[in-house]
Design a protein around this ligand. Structure first.
Ligand SMILES: NC(=O)c1ccc[n+]([C@@H]2O[C@H](COP(=O)([O-])OP(=O)(O)OC[C@H]3O[C@@H](n4cnc5c(N)ncnc54)[C@H](O)[C@@H]3O)[C@@H](O)[C@H]2O)c1
Length: 442
C-alpha cells in the first residue's frame, strides 16, 4: 500500500493520481450499477478486486457479461474473465484479503417511503465482523446523515478496533450516472469525509486511483449530507420544471421554447427538462432519507416535502392527460389500445426500478385500457414489479406494425427509430423531445 502523504485541509481537492505501481486489493461489496463499474475501473487502474455480492444470479450474469454497463466497461469486463485480479465471490470471508473495502449496496425506500436499510446494515455487519487492522472501510451507498457512525464506527469500536488508529473509516458518496459516456468513474470527482483526518487521508489516497479529483470534507456527516443535497437539488428542479411544463400547457406555450430561451442566460440558470417523472435508485429515494431523518427530529423541510409529493403525483398526471387526449379524440380510456413507448427510467439503460412507466402502466390497466409496451432494453416486466394477470408483460416487437388508439412516448433510447410516431395517430409526448408537430405534449 502506498505511503501516506501530507494531510490536505478539509475542502482541498487532490489532483489526479499518477498510475499506481503498487497493487492494492479493493473489496467491493455489492456489484450492481455502482459497484461493478467501480470494480472494473479499479482493475483498469492497476489494482486487484475482490467483488462480493450476495446474489448468485447477479454473479452469474457478471460471469457471462450479461450486465448493463457502458460499452467500454463491457469490453473491460470481458477481458477480465478468468483474470485473478478480478474475483467475484459470494464468500464474504474473502474480504479479509482486501486492503480497502467499499460498500455500495442498495438503499431503497419501502412502500411507505421509509428507508430500507436491510442491505446496508447486513453489508456493514459483514464488513465489520471481518475487519482487520490496517484496513480501510468506505461507505458509498446514499443514506441518512450519521449512517457511517451508526453502522461502522460504533460496531468497530465494540470489536475493539479504533477508527483512525486500528482501521480507517470514511464516507464517499457514489456519483455514477449509468449510460453517461461523458462521465465514467474516471471522469467524476469524489467527495470524501473520514471519521478522523487519518481516515480521510487514507480514503482519499485510494479513491484518487480512479477519480480525477477528490474533495475532502471535515466529517462523514458532511459527505453524507453533500450527497443528499446533490440529489435533492435535482429532485426539486425536476419537480419545478414539470410544473413549468404544466403551466405552459395551460397558457398555450411551448415549454421547450421557453426553457431554451431561459437557458441563454449565461449565469444563475441551470437547464432541467420536464418528463414523465423520475426513476432509478436515486432521485425518487434519496430525499426520503432526509425527510425520514428530519421527521424523527420534528424538523420540517417544506420545499423537499412538496417536491416529493409533486414527483409522486407525476405518473398520475400523465395518465390523466392520456385520458384527456383520448376523450378529445372521442375515445374512452377503458378499452383503448395504449402503447407505452420506452419503459426504463432513462435513455440507454435497462433499469426499470422506480420507473414512472410502471405506475403509468398500472394506472392505465386499472382504468380498463389494453396496455402494451415496447422497449429494446427491457424485454419483459414481471409481476414482481407490476401486477399482471399472466405474470409477465413482454415488449412488443415492431410496434409500428400495429394500430394503437394512443402511444405514450415515455423513454427515447439513443439511436431508436421514432419516425413512425409521426404516423402513429394519437401520440402523447411525455419526453418533450419528439420533433415539433409529432404528438401532443403532456
Ligand atoms: N444506480 C445509480 O445510478 C446510483 C448512482 C449513485 C449512487 N447510487 C447509490 O449506490 C448504492 C448502490 O446502488 P446500485 O444502483 O448499484 O444498486 P444495485 O441494486 O444495482 O446493486 C446492488 C448490488 O448489491 C448486492 N447486495 C445487496 N445486499 C448485499 C449485501 N448485504 N452484501 C453484498 N452484496 C449485496 C445486490 O445483489 C446487487 O447486486 C445505492 O445506495 C444507490 O442509492 C446509485
Amino acid at each position: 500500500m502506498s505511503q501516506t502523504q501530507e494531510r490536505p485541509a478539509a475542502g482541498a481537492t487532490l489532483p489526479t493520481a499518477a498510475a499506481s505501481t503498487d497493487t492494492l486489493t479493493l473489496g467491493v461489496v455489492g456489484l450492481g450499477y455502482v459497484g461493478l463499474p467501480t470494480a472494473v475501473a479499479f482493475v483498469a487502474g492497476g489494482g486487484r478486486v475482490i467483488g462480493y455480492d450476495v446474489s448468485e444470479p447477479r454473479r452469474t450474469a457478471i460471469a457471462h457479461g450479461e450486465v448493463d454497463l457502458l460499452p467500454r466497461d463491457l469490453d473491460r469486463l470481458a477481458g477480465l474473465q478468468g483474470d485473478d485480479r478480478f474475483v467475484v465471490t459470494g464468500d464474504a470471508d474473502r474480504l479479509a484479503e482486501a486492503d480497502a473495502i467499499i460498500v455500495c449496496v442498495p438503499t431503497p425506500v419501502d412502500h411507505h417511503l421509509t428507508p430500507d436499510l436491510t442491505a446496508l446494515s447486513s453489508a456493514c455487519q459483514a464488513v465489520v465482523e471481518r475487519a482487520r487492522p490496517g484496513q480501510l472501510l468506505v461507505l458509498t451507498s446514499t443514506t441518512y446523515v450519521g449512517t457511517t457512525r451508526d453502522l461502522l464506527d460504533g460496531p468497530l469500536r465494540a470489536r475493539g478496533l479504533e477508527p483512525g488508529v486500528d482501521v480507517f473509516v470514511a464516507f464517499s458518496p457514489e456519483r455514477i450516472d449509468p449510460a453517461n459516456v461523458d462521465f465514467p468513474v474516471e471522469a467524476t470527482p469524489r467527495v470524501v469525509g473520514g471519521l478522523t483526518p487519518a481516515c480521510t487521508r487514507r480514503a482519499a489516497e485510494v479513491l484518487r486511483r480512479t477519480a480525477p479529483l477528490v474533495h475532502q470534507v471535515s466529517s462523514p456527516e458532511a459527505a453524507e449530507m453533500a450527497k443528499l443535497h446533490e440529489n435533492t437539488f435535482r429532485a426539486v428542479n425536476i419537480a419545478y420544471v414539470n410544473e413549468v411544463a404544466d403551466v405552459c400547457q395551460r397558457l398555450g406555450l411551448d415549454v421547450t421554447e421557453v426553457i431554451g430561451a431561459a437557458a441563454t442566460k449565461p449565469y444563475g440558470f441551470m437547464r432541467f427538462t420536464p418528463g414523465p417523472g423520475v426513476g432509478g435508485h436515486c432521485i425518487p429515494c434519496d430525499p426520503h432519507y432526509l425527510l425520514w431523518q428530519l421527521r424523527a427530529d420534528r424538523t420540517e423541510a417544506p420545499v423537499v416535502d412538496a417536491t416529493m409529493r409533486a414527483i409522486a403525483a407525476r405518473p398520475g398526471r400523465i395518465v390523466q392527460r392520456a385520458r384527456d387526449v383520448l376523450a378529445e379524440a372521442g375515445t374512452a380510456l377503458a378499452g383503448a389500445r395504449v402503447l407505452v413507448f420506452g419503459v426504463s427510467y432513462k435513455p440507454g439503460v435497462a433499469d426499470i426500478r422506480e420507473s414512472p412507466a410502471l405506475e403509468i402502466i398500472d394506472r392505465l390497466r386499472r382504468s380498463g385500457a389494453e396496455v402494451s409496451y415496447a422497449d429494446p432494453y427491457v424485454k419483459a416486466i414481471s409481476s414482481d414489479v407490476i401486477a399482471v394477470d399472466d405474470g409477465v408483460l413482454i415488449s412488443t416487437d415492431q410496434p409500428w406494425r400495429r394500430a394503437w388508439d394512443l402511444v405514450i412516448a415515455h423513454t427515447l433510447h439513443p439511436g431508436e427509430d421514432t419516425h413512425w410516431l409521426a404516423h402513429a395517430g394519437l401520440v402523447l409526448d411525455a419526453t418533450y423531445q419528439l420533433p415539433a408537430g409529432v404528438g401532443t405534449r403532456v
